[in-house]
Design a binder for this molecule. Structure first.
Ligand SMILES: Nc1ncnc2c1ncn2[C@@H]1O[C@H](COP(=O)(O)OP(=O)(O)OP(=O)(O)O)[C@@H](O)[C@H]1O
Length: 339
């Protein structure tokens, strides 16, 4: 194979919280969407996990950035550097000749033209020559094995870091969708606020995220409850260390308002769904994906609330990336891909 016609293809799930890259059907990179810079030289210091370690722990010379907010690119330069750096991380020794790099990247379903352009431009500046975009719910549906081209309604609820996307898919298109900016980052902030107001303790985002992962729940009564999660925080009054045993019940209480907003968005989407597709959804159930789908009790709560079976997809954190990877092999036939 000649050096310059060597064609590489990558699927990128560019998420607010995590970026996943798939090559040849396999996850080759799964890293937090974080990049840190040296403030004086503006050079990159670290990307992904290494940069995340520096988050909230840096000094004045280190600027740690999450280039995506609410599912879309908020810092164009940082996003481009992050994508470029991540592609380098997986290519290691071999330099990939940009003349041949094909990329499929996913975008939130509610993206504006400007937001779409930002993703396309960042991907092209990072080396992509043949760039396709796919809406996240479509990628998720493909990733969990749904036949998206069939004349059948399927509903996906993707609770990511920045956005919750709710979409009804049929015949290779998104029939109805809602995107709200209530998802993992908001849950984490709910926990920061709760620790301050209820326990009088200051905790950072990373600690709050650990609480969410360890005892995050949306029900006051779980059949398999997790153990209490012990943390250290600084007392707001005297800055003395406070040890708190956090229970899943208090987290269920502090997430209640945010979960209700997600329920309202699901209800609105169901209300607007054409009757024939609604009937399919009742029959097929609703698929929960994204990191937020891992909140304890979520499927049970939504099933009881809507009287429709909700189920957490297998490997909910990788469904979008997997589907984007499959789309990469069908760029000729999947007409819903955006060029
Ligand atoms: N076990 C868990 N319980 C609750 N939340 C979790 C769990 N594991 C991960 N998360 C949260 O899931 C979110 C990341 O999910 P995901 O990777 O699906 O988002 P993303 O694709 O980066 O974001 P977006 O789709 O909004 O761009 C983070 O907020 C993370 O804290």
């Amino acid at each position: 194979m000649g050096l310059f016609n060597f064609r590489q293809s990558l699927a990128i799930d560019l998420g607010t919280a995590n970026t996943i890259i798939i090559k040849d059907g396999k996850v080759v990179l799964d890293e937090p969407s974080v990049v840190s810079f040296d403030v004086r030289s503006n050079q990159i210091l670290a990307i992904g996990k290494q940069a995340n370690e520096m988050y909230e722990k840096g000094n004045a010379n280190i600027r740690t950035v999450r280039p995506l907010h609410d599912g879309v690119i908020a810092d164009f330069n940082a996003a481009e550097q992050m994508i470029r750096g991540m592609i380098k991380m997986i290519s290691k020794k071999r330099s990939w000749f940009s003349s041949a790099l094909k990329i499929v990247v996913c975008i939130p379903s509610g993206s504006t033209e400007v937001e779409i352009r930002a993703v396309r431009d960042s991907s092209e500046h990072a080396g992509g020559r043949d760039v396709y975009l796919i809406h996240e719910p479509m990628a998720a549906a493909i990733g969990i094995g749904i036949d998206v081209l069939a004349p059948e309604g399927n509903m996906i609820v993707d609770i990511g870091g920045g956005t919750t996307e709710i979409a009804v898919i049929s015949l290779g298109g998104i029939v109805k969708d809602q995107s709200i900016r209530v998802a993992g980052d908001v849950f984490t902030q709910d926990i920061v606020d709760h620790m301050r107001s209820t326990h009088g303790v200051k905790v950072g985002e990373r600690m709050a995220e650990q609480i969410k992962i360890n005892v995050g729940s949306v029900l006051q009564d779980l059949p398999n409850p997790p153990e209490e999660y012990a943390i250290w925080g600084a007392d707001m009054k005297d800055t003395l260390p406070q040890r708190i045993n956090v229970t899943y019940q208090e987290i269920a209480l502090c997430l209640e308002k945010s979960i209700q907003k997600i329920e309202a968005a699901i209800l609105k989407t169901l209300e607007e769904t054409p009757p024939a597709l609604y009937a399919d959804i009742v029959e097929n159930g609703v698929n929960l994906i994204g990191g937020g789908a891992l909140l304890r009790g979520l499927a049970e709560r939504l099933t009881a609330r809507f009287e429709i079976p909700f189920k957490v997809a297998e490997d909910p954190l990788h469904a979008v990336a997997k589907g984007t990877g499959i789309a990469l092999n069908h760029t000729d036939t999947f007409k819903f891909l955006i060029r």
